[in-house]
Write a protein that binds this ligand. Structure first.
Ligand code: NAP
Length: 315
């Protein structure tokens, strides 16, 4: 991507958006339009129209969305489908209206059917029922992906999508109930260590398998896609292997120095039994992850402590 290209990066305060921001600046791409949610609510079509008209970007990166773990999806289903549908439609439709030539939309691995064969391929989209615990969010993400696909087909604009696996890294949301599993575990083990607790109780059975990708690898993957002349309509971005929740909990126990016992609250939902993505297509275009899980968790724990000390920890 040409460093002088005018890029509108949404969600730059979020985990993915801030990683994209770091990656763009590292590549000398500093001709950026940025707005906080307070400055621009992406669910407000008139405000999005005005912002695109004022900034006239050449590229739009959709890093903003209403995101959360199993508990948040279960508790706020209407908000999750409304906010993610509205913000995706506003950005994709109005970007086209304003002549934006290129747009990258971010979805998630939950777009794929609950029972689809693992690893999940791009071709398994819409071949079966979704995981009920996050269906509202998944449907909004599928709609965004399809908006890009059909605006590209009808109008010839280069709108395309990336489907990341579970992400973690600096700037994550550590809300005790609404966050994703990895940041929730990091916070819980940190607090247990600080308080000298004898044990930590974790949700579910510990047996679900999950794939985790460091957000800086994801950002590099997105910039890689934005550099392709003919990217796929949608493509997975994953780490390539998965671990059980029990295994990642044990890595986090080690990294935080917790000495106590692990207990499992099996009355809490496990979610999808396994969610490993096939990343063959993006790997065939020359991208692969660089940050290993243990190294990534060590780095993320350091940024967690820094954010805590600085009073900037989210959640
Ligand atoms: N985290 C993951 O494991 C994961 C996995 C796969 C895909 N993704 C995708 O990656 C993208 C970013 O996720 P993330 O983890 O970076 O989430 P995040 O940390 O919660 O960041 C989302 C950002 O979007 C902003 N935002 C939300 N609704 C908005 C609205 N209506 N108007 C303006 N700004 C709004 C938020 O603003 P505030 O700071 O004001 O809340 C926040 O800065 C999403 O599309 C998500 O689906 C994430």
């Amino acid at each position: 991507m040409n460093p002088s290209t005018k890029i509108f990066l949404t969600g730059h305060r979020g985990m993915v958006g801030s990683a994209m921001h770091r990656a763009l600046l590292a590549k000398g791409c500093d001709n950026l339009a940025l707005r906080t949610r307070q400055e621009l609510d992406l669910c407000d079509a008139a405000a999005v129209h005005a912002a695109l008209g004022a900034e006239k970007p050449e590229v739009v990166i959709v890093g903003a969305a209403r995101v959360g773990g199993i508990h948040a999806n279960n508790t706020y289903p209407a908000e999750f489908i409304h906010e993610n549908l509205a913000s995706a439609h506003n950005l994709i439709h109005l970007s086209w209206k304003h002549g934006v030539k290129r747009l990258l939309f971010l979805g998630s691995s939950c777009i794929y059917p609950r029972e689809a064969a693992q690893p999940l391929t791009e071709a398994s989209l819409l071949t079966g029922p979704l995981e009920p615990t996050n269906e509202p969010y998944a449907i909004a993400k599928i709609a965004g992906l399809k908006l890009c696909q059909y605006y590209r087909k009808q109008y010839g604009v280069l709108y395309h999508s990336a489907m990341p696996t579970n992400l973690y890294g600096p700037g994550d949301n550590y809300h005790p109930e609404n966050s994703h599993v990895l940041p929730a575990l990091l916070r819980r083990f940190h607090e247990a260590t600080q308080n000298g607790a004898p044990d930590v109780t974790l949700w579910g059975t510990g047996s679900p398998l999950r794939e985790f990708l460091h957000v800086d690898d994801l950002a590099a993957g997105c910039l890689h896609l934005l550099g392709l002349d003919n990217p796929p309509d949608w493509v997975n971005i994953g780490y390539g292997s998965d671990v059980t929740i029990k295994e990642v909990a044990e890595i986090i126990r080690d990294v935080t120095g917790f000495q106590g016992e692990l207990k499992w609250d099996t009355s809490r939902p496990d979610g999808t039994p396994r969610k490993l993505m096939s990343s063959d297509i993006i790997r065939d275009t020359g991208w692969e992850p660089k940050i290993g899980l243990r190294e990534g968790i060590e780095q993320t724990y350091q940024s967690f402590k820094d954010e805590l000390a600085a009073g900037t920890l989210r959640g």
